[in-house]
Design a protein around this ligand. Structure first.
Ligand SMILES: O=C(O)CCC(=O)C(=O)O
Ligand SMILES: [Fe+2]
Length: 328
């Protein structure tokens, strides 16, 4: 196991975040993922064109330009097509999602799981609260015609603990964030508040930026925004966050997409915070036979979850109330 050095582990515990540089070879780990996503893009363009939602399939554009153009032409952000999770509500039998084998490879990547092991110990669950985020240049994102706000933009201040169920408040959930292409400040990397993880769970207020598809944010008077630091991350490097570290993302002011993955891991047996979604055993020293190494099985667990959720009432994940005085 490679994992983190003792000094890195200490820095992570002290600061609540850690940039791990050159953790993996991006050509080996990310290029196959990019190829797989080209196929997902083809399918999205094909379907929208077939349904008369876009004028062309834009096959001659590169991935970044193509996503941007397809979103523009259709007037809609189709994030669900690419994401390897499901939305929190309104799931139907055919809600789009993507659980391809190259995504599974990344979730199971030895270097990443080694880092998780350094923080969480040897019994590791891949937590199902996980996303790919493909954000076009902010000025080119279609607006929501009802609100006039951009459909996808900067992520507001939050703690990851604040956006999952309270049943997971005692769980130790590690966030591993990394870009597919270099993410600097202009591209909208994350910004973190060092040591903010020691102040407990702060009040999150619903509604603030719902127009951007993200309903919760921490009011800025509850923590020290002044001390926030942007953390540019190069492809092959990863940023670790605790579930109590305050962070947001900057806007994508560059001229291509900001493309990132955020993965989560927690010790096996602890609540994941979204128990309607399937996690899997990424590593177990105690019961190695329980580890999942088959991408098809993993994809099936998500199809099963979608099928089940399409028949059920939406689970409730939000514990926050806009009547809270902190939200006034
Ligand atoms: O990538 C983003 O914009 C937000 C990511 C985030 O909040 C997270 O990974 O926890
Ligand atoms: Fe987050």
């Amino acid at each position: 196991m490679t994992g983190l050095s003792e000094q890195q582990q200490k820095q992570f515990q002290d600061d609540g975040y850690l940039l791990v540089e050159d953790l993996f070879d991006p050509k080996e780990v990310l290029d196959p993922l990019i190829d797989e996503y080209e196929g997902v893009m083809d399918r999205l363009a094909f379907e929208l064109h077939r349904d008369g939602k876009i004028q062309s399939r834009y096959e001659n554009l590169d991935f970044s330009e193509r996503v941007t153009q397809v979103y523009q032409d259709s007037g809609k952000v189709h994030a669900g097509y690419f994401d390897f999770s499901l939305p929190q509500s309104g799931i139907k039998y055919d809600t789009p999602m993507w659980h391809g084998p190259r995504v599974f490879d990344v979730l199971s990547n030895t270097d990443i799981v080694d880092v998780a092991e350094s923080v969480l110990g040897p019994e590791i669950l891949s937590n199902p609260v996980q996303h790919v985020r493909i954000k076009p240049p902010e000025k080119l994102v279609p607006v929501n015609p009802d609100t006039g706000f951009s459909q996808l933009g900067a992520t507001p201040w939050h703690q990851d603990n604040g956006v999952i169920n309270e049943t997971a408040d005692q769980s130790e959930i590690l966030t591993v964030w990394f870009p597919v292409w270099d993410a600097d400040e202009e591209a909208g990397c994350l910004s973190v508040v060092p040591k903010s993880h020691t102040d407990g769970l702060l009040t999150h207020c619903p509604g603030g930026l719902k127009s951007q598809g993200f309903g919760l944010s921490i009011p800025e008077n509850l923590f020290d925004t002044e001390s926030a630091v942007p953390v540019p991350v190069k492809r092959g490097s990863v940023l670790l966050l605790t579930s109590r570290t305050c962070h947001n993302s900057l806007s994508n002011n560059s001229d291509r997409i900001r493309w990132s993955l955020d993965l989560r891991y927690n010790p096996i047996g602890q609540d994941t915070g979204r128990d309607a979604f399937p996690g899997f055993v990424a590593r177990s020293a105690e019961a190695p036979e329980s580890e999942l190494h088959d991408a098809d099985t993993w994809a099936r667990t998500w199809r099963d979850a979608r099928f089940r959720l399409a028949q059920e009432q939406d689970p409730v994940y939000n514990r926050w109330n806009s009547d809270d005085p902190a939200c006034a």
